[in-house]
Ligand binder design. Structure first.
Ligand SMILES: CC(C)(COP(=O)(O)OP(=O)(O)OC[C@H]1O[C@@H](n2cnc3c(N)ncnc32)[C@H](O)[C@@H]1OP(=O)(O)O)[C@@H](O)C(=O)NCCC(=O)NCCS
Length: 151
């Protein structure tokens, strides 16, 4: 049986906009017309993690540390995670999530959550193997598009 290639992956938290890096990652993840946003990095509750594998950009995630009115302990919303095609199944997303968990612990968070689709088998398997639980089978995400904001 073929073994997985030996690689070295480094995870870095981007602290200020590195436009070229983010533009590249967003395009590789399928964003047609990315407009990297420097404002994201002004709030320490916004997290962007970048993975470099053998020196090459290989993946990224972004997340938000969310405050709640009923408890001082925040939660992390893992909003988006992508590993570039050639780098998949080498544990890179797992490393990104592990790093995010470290941030969550450091910030005194009481948990993390991530929305996905049941049909996204890779994402479902990733979240399960990293300790996530799909707690409510009937959960659904509603989106209010921009037009709906004015009705
Ligand atoms: C989902 C995604 C981020 C996983 O990244 P990855 O770096 O390949 O994941 P890992 O190598 O850390 O995989 C960890 C485990 O998740 C599971 N897994 C990952 N990809 C899988 C796949 N295609 N099919 C089945 N299981 C998969 C496996 O259990 C894997 O462990 P193993 O390789 O030892 O069997 C990647 O496939 C991706 O970028 N997909 C497109 C974007 C996307 O759908 N993002 C999630 C949106 S909610």
């Amino acid at each position: 049986m073929a073994s997985k290639p030996e690689t070295h992956t480094r995870i870095v938290r981007m602290k200020r906009l590195e436009r070229g890096v983010l533009d590249y990652l967003l395009r590789e993840a399928g964003e047609q017309d990315p407009r990297p946003n420097a404002g994201f990095f002004k709030d320490p509750k916004n997290v962007l993690l970048v993975a470099y594998t053998d020196g090459q950009l290989s993946g990224f995630l972004w997340a938000h540390i969310l405050d709640s009115p009923h408890t001082p302990d925040p939660k992390v919303l893992l909003y988006s995670i992508d590993v570039l095609g050639p780098f998949r199944r080498r544990g890179i997303a797992t490393r990104l999530i592990r790093y995010l968990k470290e941030i969550a612990r450091t910030c005194g968070c009481r948990g993390m959550f991530v929305p996905t689709s049941k049909s996204n088998l890779a994402a479902v398997a990733l979240y399960q193997t990293t300790g996530g639980i799909a707690k409510n089978d009937d959960d659904v995400v509603f989106v209010y598009e921009q037009e709906a904001l004015s009705t």
